[in-house]
Ligand binder design. Sequence first.
Ligand SMILES: [Zn+2]
Length: 400
Amino acid sequence: MYNSSMKARYQYRIYPTDQQKQSLAQLFGCVRVVYNDSLRACKDSEKLPKNGDLQKLFITQAKLTEERLWLGEVSNVPLQQSIRDLGVAYTNYFNSLKGKRKGKKVGSPKFKKKENRQSARFTNLGFSIKGDQVYLAKIGSLSPVWSRELPAPPSSVTVIKDCANRYFLSFVVEVIPKIIPAKNQSIGIDLGIKTFAFMSNGEKAESPSYTKLDRKVRKLQKKLARQVKGSNRRYRTRLRVAKKHNQIADTRKDFLHKLSTKVVRENQSIILEDLNVSGMVKNRKLSRAISLQGWAMFRQFCEAKSEKFGRDFRVISRWEPTSQVCSDCGFKWGKLDLKVRTVTCISCGAEHDRDENAAKNIEKVGMGNRHDSKWTVRAGKTTLVAPPCDLSRITDPLGR
Ligand SMILES: [Zn+2]
C-alpha cells in the first residue's frame, strides 16, 4: 500500500510584473465571483446542483449578460476549476458531517472575500512549463524562484496572493514515496512549553524564540487600533502586521517540518501524548499560544509523514501518569511540583531528568511496555489505554 502514489505540494515565490499583477487581480476577482455565485445557488437550492449546470449558468451564460460580461476577459480554466473546487469543498463537508473523514471537522463552504488570500487554479489545459518559465493562460510567462526541483510534471498549479501581498505558484505533483528503513525501533516524545520536545533517547529540541516578533506584533496591533478605519496608514499597518505574522508562521513551520522529518525518518514507531490543545489555546499570551499551536501542527506533520514513510504513529492518553513514574523500575512517586526538574527514584536509585523520564514513559506506554522492561515482568497488569483518571494503573513493583 505504501507504493501507491500520493499528492504533494510544491510552492515557489513569484514576482509578477505590474501588468501581470493587474491581470491576476482581474482573474482573482472573476474566480471569486463565479465561486460565490455558485455557492449562493447551492445554498439556495434544496438539492446540490450539478457541476455542469453550475458551469453553464455561472460561466457560459453569465458571460453573455451585461453585468458579467468581463468574465470573458480571463481564462476559462480557473473559472471552471473554482466550481469543481466548490464541489470538493461540499463533498469534504458532507463526509466530515457523516464522520467519514479523518482529522479536523470541515465546515460548510464559505463565501470568498476580497480582503482574504486570493487564489486561482489552473489545470493542465491552462498552463505549461518551458525551461525555467511557467506560462499561465492570459497572464503570461512567470519566473518562479525554484527553491527545489519539481520531482515530476505537475497536474495543476495554483496562483496565490497572500494577505501580505506576496505571490506564489503552488504545484500539485504525484509522487511515489520512498520507504527508508528506520534506525531505531521507537521513540517517545514529551512536548513542553519551554523546551519544545524531549525525546526518550535523551535528545531535545528547542523551539525558535518568537518573543521579539511577538512584541513587535503587539505594538503594531496597538497602533492599528488607534488608526482611522479605511485610511491609507491603517492599510499599511495592517500589511505590516500580516507580514510579521507570516514571518512567525514561516519560522515555526520550518522548525516543525525539520523536526518531524528527522523523528519520522529515524524511528519506526513514534509516540506522542494526546494533548487537549484546543482547550488550552484560549490563552492570552501569544508566545504561549504559538507553542500550543506548534504541538498540534507537530502532531499533524508526524502523522502525515508516518503514513508517507510507512511508520507507526501512536498517541497515548493524556491521563497516563508519565511524569509520576520511574521509567527504569516503574515505581510511582506521585505528582511532582512543576519546579522539580530532576528526580532520584527512591526505589531503584536512578536519577532522572523530569522531561526525559516522561518521554521514556510515553515510549513505554505506547509500545505496550514491550521491550527491555523490568516493568513488564513485574507489573504485568499494565494496559495500553488507561481509563481516564485511573492514575494507579501502574502498580508499585515492590508492593509498597
Ligand atoms: Zn526507579
